[in-house]
Write a protein that binds this ligand. Sequence first.
Ligand SMILES: *Cc1c(COP(=O)(O)O)cnc(C)c1O
Length: 446
Amino acid sequence: MGSLEGNNMLSMVVSNAKLAREEERQENINITNTNLTINQCIGETDANLKAIITHYVDTLTYSSLRNLGYPTNQDFNYDALASLFHFHLNNAGDPFVGSSFSLNSTKFEVGVLDWFAELWEIEKSDYWGYVTTGGTEGNLHGILVGREQFPDGILYTSQDSHYSIFKIARMYRMECVKVGSLLSGEIDCVELEASLLAHKDKPAIINLNIGTTMKGGIDDLDIVIQTLKKCGFTRDRFYIHCDGALFGIMLPFIKQAQRISFKKPIDSVTISGHKFLGCPSPCGVVITRLKYINELSRDVEIIASRDATITGSRCGHAPILLWYALKKKGLIGLKNEVHECIINARYLLDQLRDAGIGAMLNEFSNIVVFEKPLDDNFTRRWNLATKGNIAHVVVLMHVTKEMLDTFVREFIQKRSIWYKHGHFQPLCIANHVGSTNCVCSIHKLS
Ligand SMILES: *Cc1c(COP(=O)(O)O)cnc(C)c1O
């Protein structure tokens, strides 16, 4: 979220919005009142510590009521697992090999992995995977496996990819071709074809977006596979990693959506556990083909395990949180949640459109994209994620229709202030979402 300072036009709008400023002041008082500096020689009393945490919980409760822009589902309750915090749980090493450190939760971890293997259609005997610290680590692992298969391979990924992909290309010193994308956010396969043909001499490592971060565009796996074939890339010359951070667990529950399946020539899939499923701390899952891991891993004596993961010590609580969420919801519960989120996203789209606000929602998506609000306070108040002229709301289970109604009502009110005297106009978002979804002065009639 950018600062408004140094931008005269926008700061004028902000100075009009007294209400928002007052609100922000209140919120700041909440947070800055507590002194968190650690500088005492003697330890803090339990009563004081408790007071600080209680105050912090109040602040959190307040902000979680308006968490609309980031894909972290707040609808969960893990109270039943509280007793686990009396133990240090560490899954260092390979979850399938076990380790000499006995306070681990690898049995739960394997349970979670088996569930995802079945979801993405790969036999138990053919896959390997582990519970990661999040989608980024899953990408780090999947792309590493790809690079070990093809040390001189070129990484192809669309411009709408998550920032971790470009970071990983730099970390691994891989040549990376950034391919253009369509308005939906999905990769432009015409451009992909031209790029592949231009580098035919080197193997291809494809990062496929199963839901882009900003617009929820889904790269078309089948067309990408066709494109590879058409360009002469045989199965032994490409690797496909699927970055399914948010949608990787949603698409399997939508009948009409494309299948992410290891029955197709894909090589690794990853999701973030704290996004759709909802976990109190970041975690994720990566699954790949077992045959690749045997080449990549090393035996390590001190933990009596096999080293094939990115990190050493691994959180032993995360696999239990994931296991608990999956076990409690069941397939039917998950399916209902996926559908509810998509229905509520369509509801938000309709509300915005009815109010004359430019907006877009992809077909199998819960990410509603719309014009960026002119006022940073409003953006911050609702925790919106913004990029260029657009902002988005990710509709997850904690987002109720009432929350959406309040949000839209406030948005409409603020807009009437921002655009009051005709000095300011809604931002043009046509190049992000297409002219038919844009209501700026040029496109409002199209
Ligand atoms: C969120 C996201 C990631 C990164 O996930 P973290 O869990 O934050 O590391 C990767 N790819 C996509 C498409 C994402 O939306």
